[in-house]
Design a protein around this ligand. Structure first.
Ligand code: CO
Length: 157
């Protein structure tokens, strides 16, 4: 396994649409393992492949002792809404206020190319949406309602 360099929003690669994964091979496994290690080292909760310069639809996320690998993820259902504060490893120091669904159903593949389906709610719903946005070149600073202000947005964080 190897640590990868996390890119920030100035890089073009973070604003592009990623391609689907078609080969579920050892190269993909290495990418996933490297992404997991890089995420752990970063102290973050989610990492998408374009954040390490790879234009593929691959996401890893880990929070509260749960770890997911999402390959070619698609949100097939959204329910409700929540106003949230989000940060991003690629937008250091720029916390944003935005609105996300309260619940999302995500269909994806696992590292073996098998179909998986997850229902995410609350924190996990916003995390899944945030990471899947990365695969379409969308960052929180592109879709924010405003930057987070701890003085006026006390209830949001
Ligand atoms: Co991010």
């Amino acid at each position: 396994m190897a640590l990868r360099n996390i890119l920030t929003y100035e890089e073009d690669v973070l604003h592009k649409v990623c391609r689907e994964v078609t080969e579920f091979d050892s190269k993909l496994a290495t990418l996933l393992d490297d992404m997991h290690e890089t995420l752990t080292e970063s102290g973050g909760v989610g990492l998408a492949a374009p954040q390490i310069g790879i234009l593929r639809r691959v996401v890893v996320a880990e929070y509260d002792d749960q770890y997911y690998e999402l390959i070619n993820p698609v949100i097939v259902e959204k329910k409700g809404s929540q106003r949230v504060v989000e940060g991003c490893l690629s937008c250091p120091g720029q916390n944003c206020v935005l609105t996300r669904p309260q619940k999302v159903t995500v269909k994806a593949k696992n590292r073996f190319g098998e179909d998986v389906k997850y229902l995410f709610s609350g924190f996990w719903a916003k995390l899944a949406c945030h990471e899947i946005d990365h695969l379409d070149g969308v960052l929180i600073i592109d879709i924010k309602e405003k930057f987070y202000d701890p003085k006026t947005d006390k209830n949001l964080k």
